[in-house]
Structures are given as C-alpha cells and as structure tokens.
Write a protein that binds this ligand. Structure first.
Ligand SMILES: NC(=O)c1ccc[n+]([C@@H]2O[C@H](COP(=O)([O-])OP(=O)(O)OC[C@H]3O[C@@H](n4cnc5c(N)ncnc54)[C@H](OP(=O)(O)O)[C@@H]3O)[C@@H](O)[C@H]2O)c1
Length: 332
C-alpha cells in the first residue's frame, strides 16, 4: 500500500515532518507547498534536495524545482495526492486562507492530517461532516498539546458527563509569566519570548488567548459539546498587573493563564490566581496540563506540547491511524 502524500507548509513542523515521513515506506511524498509556491517531487533526487533544505532549515523556495505561484490545491490535483499534511499558520479571525485549503482538498477527495487548529476551532462540526460525507479521514491530534494525547483522553470521556475543564494550554504565556515573576516588565517579557522564538512574531496569538481558546474549543467539541473559538471569552494576559503577578507568589499563589470550561455554560481563557499546591500552578515551560472534572473525580493529563520535531511525530501517530482506517475501509 503506497499513499501519495503532500505536505502543505514547510516551516518548523513541515520540515520535521518530511524527515519523519521518509522513514515510513507506505508514504510516497509527491509534493511540498509553502506560502508562495510548491515543489512537485518527481524522484529521489527531488526528495533528497528537499531533505537537505529541511536539514538546513531553509525555505522551500531554495529548491531547484520550486514553482512560484503553484497553490496547495493545484499541487494536490497535479500530483493526484491521497493524503495532505497541513502545517500552516493559524488564521482565527477570518479563517482564510486555511478554510479554502481544507475544503479544496476535501473536494478533491484528499484526506487530511493537520497541526493547524484554525478550521477545527472555528467550525468543528461542519468540517468533520464534510470529511465524513466524502468518506475521507481527518487526523488532528497535534492541534492540542502536541506531544500529549489530550484529545484521545477527551474522546475516551465522551458520554461520561464531564462538567468542567481547567487547563494550562499555552507555553508562551507560561514563559512570559515566569519572567514577570523574576522582575521583568510585561513588555520586556514579551520581547524576550519573541527573541527566543517562543512567541509568534504576532504575540497576540498567545497573549490575547487565541491559541489556548482554539485548543479549548477543540477539546470541548471532542467531548461531544460542539463549540467554536468565538464562544470562548478571551481576557488578554496583560489585564493582570505585573505587581499582582509578583504579589501572588509572596502570598502562596501563582498567576497562570488558564483555559476553563463549565460545559454547556461558560468558556473562558484568562489570567487567574491559582493556589501554589494546585497542579496547574506548577506547570512550566513546554508542559501542558488538562484537568477534566466528572463524577466527583478528576482525570488529569500532563505532558509536553511541541516543539516542532515532537509535533511531527504526533502527526505520524495520526498517519498510522490513517493506514489502519484505510485497510479497514478496503476490507469492508
Ligand atoms: N511548532 C510547534 O511545536 C507546533 C505545535 C502544535 C501545532 N503547531 C501548529 O502547526 C502549524 C505550523 O507551525 P510551524 O511552527 O511549522 O509554523 P512556521 O514555521 O511559521 O511555518 C509555516 C509554513 O506554512 C507556510 N504557509 C503559510 N501560508 C501558507 C499557505 N497559504 N499555503 C501553503 N503554505 C503556507 C509557510 O510558508 P513560507 O515558508 O513561505 O513562509 C511556512 O512554510 C501552526 O498552525 C502551528 O500553530 C505547531
């Protein structure tokens, strides 16, 4: 079984993914796309050149076969792709161009494995319905806490009446808060996070809560209560005064950027005062934690989120599921 595969997005995740997928004999990489154009991979020479570019962390337009202006959809059509991995930046406010890419692929009959949260966070039900109507597959484990199977846990708790979620889902705001605790101002902490490539060039994706709100919306939807990112109230990180962050420490608390859901009622991402002994107060750096409350007990999952190489491996977990699903579909 050979799966003609394209990778859409050749940044940190897309490059790491290429290196992972070439190790799996079932996947034949036939194309790669970036924002300005694409490469049709016709033979091993083209593939090896792409691998070299990935190794050097260069952009796809360095490839000698780069076709300026060739879109992801044209690439999928031209290569007759069966599966597309999507690793492009989010676009929560308008949803575009991400939506166009997803629905264009689905119309062509291409299954999807994605690390990008945009379309699931905005229209979880519509997207999945469209995929399933066409008899296709969608994998999105990497969209929430890539590295830790939060969505597998959510799926496993369906029908159990989860009442509440509390979570730390964003590493950048964790880091910014820890710098403020050490004495930096909010502005200095954000600048340092950008310098160290932890924050997006547009840090508001993190500090205005778009990223954790998207993850919360997908997790709640996965539990069987579909919501969208627009249902999540986002209080920006800077609404908490720097002094309050430092005072909380002295008084036995920590300020954390928390994503919370009371299912069916309220969804919010906000800076909150958390008792020092609470699990959520002690997560730092790249670690995410999600606490589900049900049946008067808590189910808690904690672990790493990213970086890019780990995210790529999580997409491979989805790819393995894709191969199994495909086998079952062919057998039935
Ligand atoms: N990094 C992580 O650990 C991690 C973890 C979980 C999820 N994610 C998600 O994974 C996605 C990718 O992250 P990243 O760190 O790889 O981002 P990145 O380094 O910024 O790379 C983004 C890539 O997407 C390309 N791109 C942008 N618009 C495009 C379009 N319209 N069509 C085709 N390609 C397009 C860019 O092209 P150019 O090269 O031309 O700029 C670039 O190659 C994001 O949605 C992120 O939230 C990342």
């Amino acid at each position: 079984m050979i799966v003609k595969t394209v990778i859409i997005g050749f940044g940190n995740v897309g490059r790491a993914l290429l290196k992972e997928l070439v190790k799996i004999k079932e996947f034949n990489i036939v194309g790669l796309a970036s924002s300005r154009g694409a490469v049709i991979v016709r033979d091993n020479k083209d593939l090896n050149e792409a691998l070299l570019i990935a190794e050097k962390k260069q952009k796809l337009d360095k490839h000698s076969k780069f076709i300026e202006g060739l879109t992801s959809i044209e690439l999928a059509k031209e290569t007759n792709a069966e599966l597309a991995f999507i690793a492009i930046p989010p676009s929560y406010e308008t949803g575009e161009p991400n939506r166009r890419i997803y629905y264009g692929l689905i119309d062509l009959g291409v299954s999807i494995i994605t690390a990008d949260k945009t379309v699931l966070a905005r229209e979880y039900v519509e997207l999945r319905n469209k995929v399933y109507e066409k008899g296709l597959f969608i994998g999105y484990r990497a969209t929430v806490a890539a590295g830790t199977p939060v969505l597998d846990v959510a799926r496993g708790l369906r029908g159990r009446g989860v009442e509440r979620i509390r979570a730390v889902l964003n590493a950048t705001t964790n880091y910014i808060l820890s710098l403020i605790e050490e004495g930096l101002s909010y502005r200095e902490a954000v600048e340092k996070a950008i310098e160290e490539e932890l924050a997006e060039p547009n840090p508001q994706i993190d500090t205005h809560g778009w990223d954790p709100a998207a993850k919360l919306a997908i997790t709640v939807s996965e539990l069987g209560t579909p919501i969208t990112i627009m249902d999540v109230i986002r209080e920006p990180l800077e609404t908490i005064p720097e002094d309050e962050v430092r005072r909380a420490i002295r008084e036995g608390y920590r300020i954390k950027y928390i994503a919370e859901a009371i299912l069916g009622e309220e969804y919010i991402v906000h800076p909150a005062r958390i008792k020092r002994e609470d699990k959520l107060a002690n997560v730092s750096g790249n670690i995410n934690v999600v606490e589900f409350t049900l049946e008067n007990e808590k189910v808690v999952i904690e672990g790493p989120a990213g970086p890019a190489w780990r995210t790529a491996k999580v997409m491979v977990t989805d790819a393995i599921e894709y191969l199994e699903t495909r086998k079952q579909l062919k057998a039935s």
